[in-house]
Design a protein around this ligand. Structure first.
Ligand code: PAF
Length: 254
């Protein structure tokens, strides 16, 4: 049975009464709408830790577009079923007031990597991500936390705050999980129409093509994407595109 915990106080009391220590605790933060990519993180976490916590919290402070937040898919019943099937011990499921008693007056702000790539197009996005991750790591206190490499910039920034603020959590990157045709799994894929889903398939294919970033951008625009960026960073090629109104990100190792 997956136990639902809604407050930090409840979690701390449970850790005290059941002697749960950071060392035995693995954690996967999510915004719900769980898919096979999340399942792969969860399976790894369950196999490497005595206890696993998953959080579901659609974090409003990381959405620069209010419409994107409104449309973000919510599939709680299905999500909870997956957590039970994968033998997750605890679901941390706080509301906004619980996680933001300060109403976002305190922020974690990074001033370099968060300004490029996605950060150049989504103002304030990484402030929201880093702030909520700091809150989650500080309240759950896991020994290990698992993040997907699809959000490579997010993973690097989270590794960065752990180092900068001496957090005692090991950050573990897990490979991107793809549909059979190569599209990286993302909760946002649920929002694609059948035509947009067909178009989206060109993105991973072109991203790994033996071409320059400018050539790839040109090809993507030619087939119908709006392109935010295609750039190389840290031995990878990263990109963000729109298929219709749905923003997709992906990256490949060079
Ligand atoms: O990757 C995500 O789903 C979110 O950015 C995260 C890490 C759960 C923070 O809200």
């Amino acid at each position: 049975m997956t136990q639902i915990i809604k407050t930090v106080k409840e979690w701390r009391e449970l850790c005290d009464s059941e002697n749960i220590s950071s060392k035995e605790l693995g954690f996967i933060p999510t915004m719900g709408a769980l898919h096979k990519g999340h399942a792969s993180l969860i399976k790894k976490c369950v196999s490497e830790n005595r206890r696993t916590v998953v959080s579901i919290f659609v974090n409003p402070t990381q959405f620069n577009d209010p419409n994107d937040l409104k449309k973000y898919p919510k599939t709680f019943e299905q999500d909870f079923k997956m957590l039970e099937e994968l033998k997750v011990d605890y679901l941390f499921f706080p509301n906004y007031e619980e996680l933001y008693p300060d109403n976002f007056t305190y922020k974690v702000h990074e001033n370099s990597l968060s300004k490029i790539l996605c950060g150049a197009y989504r103002s304030g996005h990484f402030d929201g991500v880093l702030t909520v991750v700091m809150k989650l790591l500080n309240s759950i206190k896991p020994g290990r936390a698992y993040f997907g490499e699809k959000d490579y910039q997010q993973y690097k920034l989270i590794k960065g705050i752990v180092e900068a603020f001496f957090l005692q959590t090991e950050i573990i990157a897990c490979p991107t999980v793809r549909d059979e045709d190569g599209l990286a799994l993302s909760s946002r894929n649920l929002l694609l129409s059948p035509e947009e889903r067909k178009l989206a398939l060109n993105f991973p294919g072109l991203l790994k093509a033996n071409k320059t970033c400018d050539e790839i951008k040109f090809e993507l625009e030619k087939v119908g994407f709006k392109v935010d960026y295609i750039e190389e960073y840290d031995g990878r090629r990263l990109g963000a595109v729109y298929a219709g109104k749905v923003r997709l990100i992906d990256n490949v190792k060079l």
